[in-house]
Every structure is written in structure tokens, then in C-alpha cells.
Design a protein around this ligand. Structure first.
Ligand SMILES: [Zn+2]
Length: 393
């Protein structure tokens, strides 16, 4: 059941250039990363070809085929091909992306979602900022075979972190941001909500209200219990703060479209953009009935403007809720939008139609499979009306 949501988007001015500031350290990091990417890519491909990755039940990458074809940049993350031995029994893998930030992939979950989470260490604030909680390791934790997400962060050594857990002994406090309320991003939130702030977008408060969360999280549809937590709702461009009020180096962007509560985080210092499920490559971008493609297009335009206004737009990297991380933000944003426009213009044709709970879903798939879309068919018609039939009076 779609809840009626406003299609307006609040003003989203591009960040003005800041020529007065020195950002040498960041530029150095990016330059070093580029060199490292090239070098480790060569080495990484050789390792993949020659050794075919470690064998057995503990896979070293969540989806080697996809990563090999689409995420070569991510493979370049130091240690990405060398998971620590004590990670192998876990439902999670962690890879360093920047000086402060790790990607955590839930490689074994009950729903086959394999969500991406991001962990930013902010030492000055004694805090780990966690974007999303995935399925929380619920399956493995329930089996008693592996730790849940919080236990992973506090007890499992990560090779890219010198073999130490990302939050050894739980010494750092947490702030948890939820990119949106779908189950594959919130099922681990209760592990943190008892003692940590949980933040969400304030764009559509009713969408994440307690009474609607079972439906909007899709937990109800799956027949699973909806997590309980009390979020703090943040405005557009509001800085994310620690529990004690210290800045964590990112601002929240309200990015409705995929869902009304979708948010992004912008790390200006590291030139990293985190967009949740607004888009990703190599798997269908799935809009629920509460999605809005016209609003999504507005969001893509505004994220594009944000990136273009960055110090070095070509160096901004985009990181998504599934499959895609460490990819050039501008190119990904522009090509995703082009795919969506091709769908609306009829240049892409439906590949599949299904009915679920009485709703007709349609799927489009770009040749080569980089982008695909699955959504209620009604959203396509609504978007065509909104995009091509807008009054000019
Ligand atoms: Zn997701």
C-alpha cells in the first residue's frame, strides 16, 4: 500500500567551492589511492587468475564474478583479496576504503541480500559512525555459528585493520545512520539502539513512524518481526554528530525517490558519497510501491550538482547499499540517470512482468546488465506523466 508522499524536494544548493582551504592531505590520499589502485589491480587480477581465490565454505569476496567485472577499484582496496583468518567464520567481511572508513559486507544472510555497510572511525569523537546494519548477522547469530554485526565489529579481527577488530572491545561509541528503512538495512539496528543514537531522514517522518514501519520496512511482507528503535530525524544537510555532540565529518542529505526516507551521507574531507539503495550497478534497482521515479530523478540531479561542486569532482567516489563501492560518482550518477531516462522514453523495453500481492511489477535490463530496474508498473506511467507532461504555463 503506497502512502501518498509529496513529490517536492527541498532546496539542495550545491556546496560552493572553497578555494581558501588547503586539502593537501586529502589530495595526497586520493593520489596515493589512484596509484595503489593501479598497482594492486594488476596484482589482484594476477592473484585471482593464478590462485582462483581461497577455497572452501569461507569465500573471500561476496561475489567474485561481479566484483571482478564491475568493482575493480574496490578490489584494489589493500587486503581486499586477503581476508583475515578469523573473518572467515563470520557472516561479514570488512575492507578498508579510506584512511578512516571500511566497507562491511554481509556475505551470508538469510535473504540473499548481501548488503553493504560502511564504518567510519572518528577518533576525535571516540565514535564509529555506522551506515546501515544490514540483516545484522541474524541468521548466523541465531544458529550460534557466528557473531552478529556488533560482535563482529568488537571481536573479529580484520586484516585491513592490522588484524584487529574495527571496535576492539567496544571501546568506541556508535552512531548508526539508516540509509532507509528496508529490512536488509535495519535488521541489525537493535544491537546498537539500546545505547547509541540512530538517525534517519526527516523528509517523511510518517513513513518511518512506528505504526507504518512493519509495512514500509517490508518485515510484515516477509513475516518477520520489525526491529524496535527510536530514531532521531535529521534535516537536509544537517551535520551528523556523535552522542556527545561532536561532528563526525559527514552531513546528511535527504535523497527521496527510491523510498521517501532514503538518505545519503557526504564526507567532504574524504570526497566520499554514500547513497544507500538510491542506485547501484549489476543488480536491479528495486522501487517499492512507495517509490517515486520523478522524485528519484530530482535526487540524482541534486547529487550530481553536489559532486560537480566538489573540490575535485572527478575524484569523488560513490558507495552504495549493494554491489557498488569506490566507483566514480559523477559517471555513475550520470549513466544511471541516462538508463532511467531511456526507460521512460521507451528506448528500453520491459524484460519481465510479475505480479506480487496484486501489484504488477515490471523489469528493465540494460544491455550488458550494468543497470536494471524493477518497480511497480504504475510508477513508470506516473513518472512519464510527471517528466514529459509538465505544464509550462
Ligand atoms: Zn537494500
Amino acid at each position: 500500500m503506497t502512502k501518498a508522499k509529496g513529490t517536492c524536494v527541498k532546496p539542495y544548493p550545491p556546496r560552493p567551492p572553497d578555494p581558501g582551504q588547503e586539502h593537501n592531505s586529502n589530495l595526497d590520499i586520493r593520489a596515493m589511492l589512484s596509484l595503489a589502485e593501479f598497482f594492486v589491480w594488476i596484482v589482484g587480477v594476477g592473484v585471482v587468475v593464478c590462485y582462483n581465490l581461497p577455497v572452501g565454505g569461507a569465500t573471500s569476496l561476496p561475489d567474485p564474478d561481479a566484483w571482478a567485472s564491475s568493482n575493480l577499484d574496490l578490489e584494489a582496496a589493500p587486503g581486499a583479496l586477503r581476508p583475515a583468518a578469523d573473518e572467515k567464520r563470520s557472516a561479514f567481511r570488512a575492507y578498508r576504503l579510506t584512511a578512516s572508513t571500511f566497507l562491511v559486507v554481509e556475505v551470508h544472510d538469510a535473504y540473499g541480500e548481501r548488503p553493504f555497510m560502511y564504518v567510519k572511525h572518528v577518533p576525535d569523537a571516540g565514535t564509529l559512525l555506522l551506515l546501515d546494519t544490514g540483516c545484522g548477522g541474524a541468521q548466523a547469530a541465531a544458529d550460534g555459528t557466528a557473531p552478529g554485526l556488533r560482535a563482529f565489529l568488537e571481536t573479529v579481527g580484520v586484516e585491513d585493520n592490522g588484524g584487529r577488530p574495527l571496535n576492539e572491545g567496544g571501546r568506541l561509541r556508535y552512531v548508526v545512520a539508516l540509509s532507509h528503512c528496508h529490512y536488509d538495512h535495519i535488521l541489525g539496528v537493535e544491537q546498537f539502539a539500546r545505547d547509541s543514537p540512530v538517525i534517519q531522514s526527516a523528509y517523511a517522518p510518517s513513513f518511518v513512524a512506528r505504526e507504518y514501519l512493519p509495512a514500509h520496512s517490508l518485515c510484515e511482507r516477509l513475516g518477520i518481526r520489525t526491529p524496535t528503535y527510536m530514531p532521531t530525524l535529521l534535516k537536509h544537510r544537517q551535520p551528523v554528530l556523535s552522542a556527545s555532540g561532536q561532528p563526525l565529518g559527514v552531513i546528511l542529505l535527504q535523497t527521496p525517490g527510491h523510498t521517501p526516507d532514503e538518505l545519503a551521507l557526504w564526507d567532504e574531507e574524504e570526497q566520499m558519497l554514500y547513497v544507500g539503495d538510491t542506485l547501484y550497478e549489476w543488480e536491479p534497482i528495486i522501487f517499492p510501491e512507495a517509490g517515486n521515479i520523478r522524485t528519484w530523478l530530482n535526487t540524482i540531479d541534486k547529487l550530481t550538482a553536489l559532486v560537480k561542486a566538489a573540490r575535485r569532482p572527478e575524484l569523488v567516489l560513490i558507495n552504495c547499499g549493494h554491489r557498488t563501492a569506490m566507483r566514480p560518482a559523477l559517471e555513475v550518477l550520470q549513466t544511471t540517470k541516462q538508463f532511467m531516462m531511456d526507460v521512460l522514453l521507451g528506448k528500453e523495453h520491459p524484460q519481465n512482468r510479475t505480479k506480487r500481492d496484486g501489484v504488477d511489477f515490471v523489469e528493465y535490463r540494460q544491455q550488458g546488465g550494468r543497470y536494471s530496474l524493477r518497480c511497480p508498473e504504475s510508477l513508470i506511467g506516473q513518472a512519464r506523466l510527471a517528466v514529459f507532461c509538465t505544464s509550462t504555463t
